[in-house]
Write a protein that binds this ligand. Structure first.
Ligand code: HEC
Ligand code: HEC
Ligand code: HEC
Length: 448
């Protein structure tokens, strides 16, 4: 009879556990309100909200090509299927028109929908939880005064069992600490402002930190060590970039302010809208604060002098090349060198792009380099004169692999010391082409 009692006790524990989890997972709905009229918000508050919403990249994610702004429909590929952004216009039926300020605050800081359902962390509430109530209220005022759009995003493609939203409560239990960021009194006011922007609306770690198997950002020493996003590589921001020349605070400022650093390259991939739609709206003082925060994180110098730059340039030349890379050298000299004529005894300028110091070339992952070759670089923010053609139709996967091998072997030398060797470059190029095509298809579908 003993085993029966044990079984009974065991089942009781499981039932209690399930009931406990369900009680924990339950979030109450917040009553709908009548859509607040646009003129109930002070114009200054709305303007403040506009700038803050830009800092949070709300429009970048909640808009999709061919759809009105803020109406959602952008498909984010996740390991569990495609997640579509929602309509956050004040439409009462399809958008958030009937959400109260309280419901909006709860979504931003706890990742819970007005009806009590849990939101997926593809929505970076894990960072927005650090945003102050008054800043969130300003964003609410801004969104509520936008044009309502009566349009649904496409159906999510999240696989079973993750399509059951209440499981997200378990995810939160494991990976989400709702406590907001606190001021670090040992650091300057500027540093703390930078931390607030980076860890809050800027959600920089959402892209620059690697994630675990369940999609949660890794913590501790793994934060800001670089990660793949949307087929591009977001480099490490902790100083460990693989570039033979460290970033300086001045270069960080120039990159975050204008989208380009003469020494390290341009924002051409997912970082481009972060700058052109988001950071471009922020004050110089706030960009300075971000540069201060990340310079400290990376233990970066204030500036680097000409001598250090020239030494870094001269330190990177491979003594011998693999067969693949030799073929790449010929291709590079035929097709690329007209613009990329590097002179290792001179500090580079932005129109004569030096690739020796660029993390896309020297870093641990080839994706950004391959994407730059496939897509080119088209007039990044603030640099209407910068243009590089895309080679998707003129170079094969093998050609691109050879060029990538050439650049990496040449500039990340000695291989293994600053950055690992790159493997299967043709396969990666093929996979990235497929990923780019799928993205175009998703966008075409969402636009209908
Ligand atoms: C990285 C992309 C991304 C960014 C940036 C982003 N969102 Fe979202 N957001 C999403 C996704 C994806 C969802 C849907 C999540 C789900 O279905 O669980 C979402 C859902 C929401 C919801 C819930 C709406 C609903 O009807 O369920 C609100 C509110 C929201 N976002 C507001 C914002 C605001 C405000 C900003 C800017 C401060 C912002 N989002 C920035 C991806 C993003
Ligand atoms: C949507 C994802 C995303 C977000 C959010 C994001 N980044 Fe990036 N970042 C990238 C990617 C991808 C690159 C690689 C270059 C590119 O996109 O052209 C990059 C490049 C950079 C670089 C250049 C690094 C190098 O070594 O070349 C810096 C500096 C940077 N980001 C800082 C930031 C800061 C600061 C924030 C927050 C305010 C931020 N990023 C938010 C994706 C992101
Ligand atoms: C018409 C001139 C031109 C040609 C031809 C050209 N490039 Fe570029 N390339 C540029 C410019 C301009 C930039 C942007 C400035 C920078 O990154 O410093 C750039 C940037 C890059 C980057 C860095 C992208 C980033 O994210 O920072 C890589 C890598 C690159 N080019 C590789 C190549 C390769 C490989 C070829 C030949 C297949 C090539 N380029 C041909 C002008 C050119």
């Amino acid at each position: 009879m003993k085993w029966r009692r044990a079984l009974l006790a065991g089942s009781a524990t499981v039932v209690l556990g399930v009931l406990g989890f369900l009680a924990y997972a339950y979030e109450s709905p917040i009553d709908p309100v009548d859509r607040p009229s646009a003129d109930s918000f002070a114009p200054e508050l709305v303007e403040k909200g506009r700038i803050l919403a830009a800092a949070g990249d709300c429009e970048t994610c909640h808009s999709a090509p061919g759809r009105p702004r803020f109406s959602g429909g952008l498909g984010l590929p996740t390991p569990f299927g495609v997640l579509y952004t929602t309509n956050i216009t004040p439409d009462p039926q399809y958008g958030i028109g009937r959400w109260s300020k309280e419901a909006f605050r709860r979504a931003m800081r706890e990742g819970v929908r007005r009806d009590g359902a849990h939101l997926y962390p593809g929505f970076p509430y894990t960072a927005y939880k650090n945003v102050t109530e008054s800043d969130i209220d300003a964003i609410y005022a801004y969104l509520m005064t936008q044009e309502p759009v009566a349009m649904d995003p496409p159906e999510n493609g999240i696989i079973f069992p993750f399509n059951y939203r209440f499981f997200q409560a378990g995810w939160k239990l494991l990976f989400f600490d709702p406590a907001p960021l606190t001021v670090d009194p040992s650091k300057s006011k500027q540093w703390n402002r930078g931390a607030y922007l980076a860890e809050g609306l800027g959600h920089c770690s959402a892209c620059h930190s690697p994630r675990n198997l369940l999609g949660a950002e890794k913590q501790g020493g793994d934060r800001y060590t670089g990660a793949l996003v949307e087929g591009w590589y977001a480099p490490a921001l902790n100083g460990d970039t693989g570039s033979p020349l460290p970033w300086s605070k001045d270069e960080l400022y120039s990159y975050l302010r204008t989208g380009a650093s003469p020494l390290h390259g341009v924002a051409a991939g997912p970082m481009a809208p972060v700058i052109s739609d988001g950071l471009a709206q922020q004050s110089d003082a706030d960009i300075e604060a971000l540069a201060t925060y990340f310079a400290d994180l990376a233990d970066a110098p204030e500036q680097v002098d000409e001598q250090t730059i020239v030494e870094a340039l001269q330190s990177t030349r491979a003594p011998s090349l693999s067969e693949l890379a030799s073929r790449g050298k010929t291709l590079f000299e035929a097709g690329c060198i007209a613009c990329h004529y590097n002179e290792p005894d001179k500090a580079p300028n932005i129109l004569r792009p030096e690739l020796a110091l660029n993390t896309a070339v020297t870093g641990p992952n080839p994706s950004t380099l391959i994407q730059a070759i496939l897509n080119g670089v088209n007039k990044p923010h603030g640099h209407p004169d910068i243009f590089m053609p895309g080679y998707a139709s003129s170079l094969t996967d093998e050609d691109i692999a050879a060029i990538a091998a050439y650049l990496h072997e040449t500039y990340a030398t000695p291989i293994g010391a600053i950055s690992p060797a790159w493997a299967d470059l043709a396969g990666t190029t093929k996979a990235l082409r497929t990923e780019n095509t799928e993205k175009q298809h998703r966008q075409a579908e969402a636009a209908q």
